[in-house]
Design a protein around this ligand. Sequence first.
Ligand SMILES: C[S@@+](CC[C@H](N)C(=O)[O-])C[C@H]1O[C@@H](n2cnc3c(N)ncnc32)[C@H](O)[C@@H]1O
Length: 210
Amino acid sequence: MSKLERNWQFAEQYPNETEPQISARRLSLELGIEPVSRAIAAQLSSLVVLSGARAICEIGTGVGVSGLALLRHAPEAVLTSIEVEPEHLKEARAVFASAGIPASHVRFIEGNAQQVLPRLNLASYDLALLDADPEHLLEYVEYALTIVRPGGCIVVPGAFASGRVSDPAARDHRTQAVRDLLAMVSESAAIAPALSPVGDGLLILTRLSD
Ligand SMILES: C[S@@+](CC[C@H](N)C(=O)[O-])C[C@H]1O[C@@H](n2cnc3c(N)ncnc32)[C@H](O)[C@@H]1O
């Protein structure tokens, strides 16, 4: 194992998680739903506190691993979480209830993000997490830029597309979608992008003031 790989593994194993997070992560893996990694979960928890986010939107509830992380240190925040699979949402509701998160702090929306996102209020979220359906990532980022307020941010895990983004031989649709997004945001005067090697790559896009 190289030094870089050891550092990465150390960072992934470093954060402590709460009992509800540990149980949700276990359930997620049992059901074959890939949760955000431990280090990404910790980044999400910190980002919410750092940015003072109160209104948070998430695409891809899964069973709630990322949602628990987003609300971990933000008892005042309200999470709107969009999920297309009713079975995942059913599990997520139970996970949030057993974690003691008041129902008033989570709004679950069952549906395809492509249909749901355009119905959300403009410029009314402080942070949006995009963790679903990577083939439509560019479209989700474009919508997310409209629902996030200036100064707010969009967070995209999986920005290395399982390590393929940096491999010039990889030309599949998902990898290309991430490359297109990275190119688009690096050229945009309206976005401050930051790409971190945590997990499978974490892209943070801050919407700059108009
Ligand atoms: C990678 S998992 C999300 C994991 C979750 N964020 C976590 O960390 O626990 C992706 C989820 O997105 C959902 N999904 C896939 N396509 C979707 C779409 N078009 N709209 C909404 N949800 C979608 C899947 O059913 C799955 O539950």
